[in-house]
Structures are given as structure tokens and as C-alpha cells.
Design a protein around this ligand. Structure first.
Ligand code: ZN
Length: 271
């Protein structure tokens, strides 16, 4: 189904996430059916005590299920155990402590909240202009990269999920300053940009938008990941070729994969 490309899905959830809708086994089974070469699980791990699902993630259970899936499918599919950590600066130390004692293949940092407020909700927007609402989001992403804790920036421009409904159309060119500063830091620290295809069905464009992918490449960014954010097997590898085509068009010729947080570069194009 995904011909011509090395096919990865590096943002996948299972029942090990509070909002997952499938077992790890079912996601791996589906990955093989659609021709993925590699799957990276990114279960949610949250630290905000106000979050009702803060204690949901069970590391031991997760690792056990990953090992079961590897013994069953490991000869046909590379299975990587990652984590998607909700980042807010005020609990950065807690994240660092957690990662010091829990091993993962790779660690994704995602901003869903800024200072305890969910992005682009009425309470978040109340005292901000559109520009400030996005600017503060990008600053939080910048902080996440500067923390040095993460391998991948998860779904950049995820603020659009509610932001477009709240503020109207998003124009990446209005945030060139913020994005340029962010990419400078990402490139310097070798933190990877993800193209997340969930945006295609949520807001009609990938996270980040094609203009932003182009900006990243123009600045010299080369490190790329692709993920569907699939919580159900039906979404696995969702519109992979859209992300792969953007990448190719912007000279992003390699995918970054991980094992035990060691990076590997794989050619995107398979000939
Ligand atoms: Zn997320």
C-alpha cells in the first residue's frame, strides 16, 4: 500500500494510552497488513496533577506488551517503544527524573497545554490576541526543545486543532520569526521534526503545514519523522504518501529512526 517509500509510523497509540482504541498487538498486525517497515509507539505520559489521566500510563505493562509483540511480529516489523510526553515547563524536572529511570527507544515532546491551559480553548484565548495565542504556543515548543529532554517535536502547529476554529485561517508566514528561532534551536540540538498526518483529517493540513516544512528545510533542517497519531488501526499510516511527498519536495531525503535512543538515518525513497 505504501510503495516506493520506506514506511514508518512513529506516532502510534494503543490501550496503554488513556485514549487508545487498540491493543499493541492489533496495531502491529495492521502495520504489517499495510506494509509498514517500522512502527514507533508513543503512548501518552502526563505529569500535570490536575489532569485526570495523569497516572494512567503503566510502564511495566507497556514494556511487557511490546516484548510480546516483538516475539510475535519482530521478524516482519521493527517495533520501537517510544513515549509522547506532554511538556509544560513547570514540571520539566519531573520529566527529567522520569526519563532517568525509564528506558525508551525514543522520546517525543508535545505541547498540548501552556501554563495549565489547553491550547486555544476559551480560557487560553481570553487574554490573548491571535498572534499572542500562537506566539506563546511556539515559545512553549521552543522551551521543550531547549530542555534537551526530547528526540522529536510532536505535531508542531497542533495549536491549529482548535486555533483555526477559534481565530480563523492560520498563516505560517505570520510566525516566521518564532519558527525561524525554533528551527535554529532544533537544528543545533539535532531534534527531529515530525510531519503528523492527523492534521489532514482534523484541520485539512498536516502538523506542521507544508509552508512550515518548507521553512524548516530552507533553514537547513534535515531530520525528519512521520507519524499518523493513530489511536485506532484504521488510522495507521494515514495518508503516508502525502507526508512523504512533502518531504521529498523539500529535499528531506532521510527518515530518522531510533533504538535505545540511538539515532539512525534511513533513506525515505526506496528504489
Ligand atoms: Zn499529542
Amino acid at each position: 500500500m505504501i510503495e516506493g517509500y520506506y514506511a514508518i509510523d512513529y506516532q502510534v497509540h494503543s490501550f496503554r494510552s488513556h485514549d487508545g482504541l487498540a491493543t499493541i498487538e492489533a496495531q502491529c498486525q495492521r502495520a504489517i497488513e499495510i506494509g509498514l517497515d517500522e512502527i514507533g509507539f508513543t503512548e501518552h505520559k502526563d505529569f500535570d496533577p490536575a489532569d485526570p489521566v495523569v497516572d494512567y500510563f503503566d510502564y511495566e505493562q507497556y514494556r511487557a506488551e511490546i516484548e510480546q509483540a516483538r516475539s510475535r511480529f519482530g521478524n516482519r516489523l521493527k517495533i520501537r517503544a517510544g513515549i509522547e510526553i506532554d511538556y509544560q515547563r513547570w514540571f520539566e524536572d519531573k520529566i527529567a527524573d522520569y526519563l532517568a529511570s525509564h528506558a525508551f527507544d525514543f522520546v517525543m515532546g508535545s505541547v498540548h497545554y501552556v501554563e495549565r491551559q489547553m491550547l486555544m480553548t476559551p480560557s487560553y484565548n481570553a487574554n490573548r490576541t491571535q498572534h499572542e495565542a500562537y506566539r506563546d504556543y511556539f515559545r512553549a515548543v521552543q522551551d521543550s526543545v531547549e530542555s534537551g529532554l526530547f528526540d522529536i517535536v510532536g505535531h508542531l502547529e497542533y495549536a491549529n486543532r482548535r486555533g483555526i476554529a477559534a481565530w480563523g485561517a492560520y498563516n505560517a508566514h505570520d510566525y516566521t520569526e518564532e519558527l525561524t528561532a525554533l528551527f535554529e534551536t532544533m537544528i543545533q540540538r539535532e531534534v527531529v521534526l515530525e510531519i503528523n498526518t492527523a492534521g489532514l483529517h482534523q484541520v485539512g493540513q498536516t502538523y506542521p503545514s507544508p509552508e512550515t516544512v518548507a521553512l524548516y528545510s530552507a533553514q537547513g533542517g534535515k531530520l525528519l519523522s512521520i507519524g499518523s497519531d493513530g489511536h485506532h488501526p484504521d488510522k495507521l499510516g494515514h495518508r503516508y504518501t502525502v507526508a512523504a511527498d512533502y518531504s521529498k519536495a523539500n529535499n528531506l531525503a532521510f527518515l530518522t529512526t531510533w533504538q535505545n535512543r540511538e539515532r539512525c538515518q534511513v533513506p525515505l525513497r526506496v528504489v
